[in-house]
Write a protein that binds this ligand. Structure first.
Ligand code: MG
Length: 390
């Protein structure tokens, strides 16, 4: 494994049996696999994470091996008596690797969406620390012996989630200084050391499995209950062409790529995103991109096409569905797509809020035949598969 700059540290050393059962909760199954296995997969599939280390209890070695089967991970390390101590030991274990950034995550939050991980990673390019958080929507009361004393201003209150991300060296330092204390999360350790921690948007589905009810909720999220288990799969295709005009860059699958021409169009002329958007709308039977974003409407002039694609993905979610797979083929002689393929997959994943493993980007030439062969323009075709409740 190449060790990159961002390491995920998964804290899985707790004995947590509050949720019932004989196994620590992070090793209990959800949809037939240990909770930890789902959590590890969320990070393993994220393009912004370079390596993953799990902190485990020494007694759980066999359970860990089962949960980690098939994933490319750093060897686990043993935790300590408290969560804080486990995190410190995990951080200490990374001194050889000396990553730039570390994302510290609870094993019992298996549903962290890729977008939340992305937001934390992105915030770390400008801040010492970042955590995903949700606004408090219930009115909060301060009470004394069952009687309301006052209403608390909830606008300044946030529910902290994980992964909490930090620059590696300062958080290791902060944890060393805080050793022996019992703070509830790593942001508290950072705060005590005077590090700035910014908030990014969290996600409701990124809940921590704590109680037996949470296991039920988790099961329902992954394996729908029998009444709504019936699903139908639909497939749609999209095709698009844009012609070249004078310019020095093209926008393809959400990326700006230097080139000897640009693509002409009313929006940013991202032929790849247009094909994917039409494929998704096609699977939904929901018209095409021109119906929703008419070229005659001046508000879409020069518009970044990620808006169109995010809209289509949201239409799927609005119908209670999920996009299960997207495959796009770019047809051109130049620019060469190969060097940008992984970045394109990541960008598509980000726009649609999907795991990168569900997205494919391919490219072909037409052997110098036809309009693409003569380099008059670029064509793209895409196919999308979506799952809808029956
Ligand atoms: Mg188009």
């Amino acid at each position: 494994m190449t060790i990159g700059k961002t390491v995920a540290l998964i804290v899985s050393a707790g004995r947590g049996i509050r949720a019932g059962g004989r196994l620590p909760k992070q090793y209990r199954p959800v949809a037939g696999r240990p909770v930890l296995s789902h959590t590890l997969q969320s990070f393993a599939e994220h393009p912004g994470i370079d390596a993953i280390r799990t902190v485990i209890h020494p007694d759980d070695r066999a359970l860990y091996e089962e949960a980690a089967a098939g994933l490319d991970l750093l060897p686990p390390v043993h935790g300590g008596a408290s969560r804080q101590e486990s995190v410190r030991l995990g951080l200490e274990s990374l001194t050889d690797i000396a990553p730039d950034r570390v994302l510290i995550h609870d094993a019992a939050r298996p549903f962290v969406p890729p977008s939340a991980i992305s937001r934390v990673v992105k915030a770390l390019s400008t801040h010492a620390g970042a955590l995903p958080a949700l606004a408090v929507t219930d009115t909060i009361k301060r009470a004394d012996a069952g009687t309301v004393r006052e209403t608390v201003d909830r606008s300044v209150l946030w529910r902290a989630q994980t992964p909490q991300g930090f620059q590696y060296a300062p958080i290791l330092d902060a944890h060393r200084k805080a050793a022996g204390q019992e703070m509830t999360d790593d942001a508290a350790v950072a705060e005590a050391a005077g590090l700035t921690v910014v908030l990014v948007d969290g996600a409701e589905e990124n809940f921590k499995i704590t109680s037996a009810d949470d296991f039920q909720r988790a099961e329902q999220m992954i394996a729908p209950s029998p009444s709504n288990a019936a699903a139908i799969f639909k497939t749609g295709m999209g095709f698009d062409v844009h012609r070249f005009e004078t310019g020095d860059r093209v926008i393809l699958c959400g990326l700006e790529i230097p080139h000897t021409a640009k693509l002409a169009g009313h929006s940013d002329a991202d032929v790849g995103l247009h094909a994917v958007t039409d494929a998704i709308l096609g699977a939904l039977g929901d018209g095409d991109i021109g119906d929703h974003f008419p070229p005659s409407d001046p508000q879409w002039k020069g518009a970044p096409s990620d808006k169109f694609l995010a809209f289509a993905a949201e239409r799927v979610r609005g119908r209670g569905g999920t996009i299960t797979h997207v495959d796009v083929t770019l047809i051109c002689e130049r620019p060469k797509i190969g060097p940008h393929r992984d970045a394109m997959r990541s960008r598509l994943a980000e726009i649609m809020d999907l795991p990168v493993g569900d997205i494919s980007v391919k490219a072909t030439t037409t052997e110098r035949l036809g309009f693409t062969g003569r380099e008059e323009g670029i064509a793209a075709q895409a196919i999308a598969t979506i799952r809808l409740p029956a």
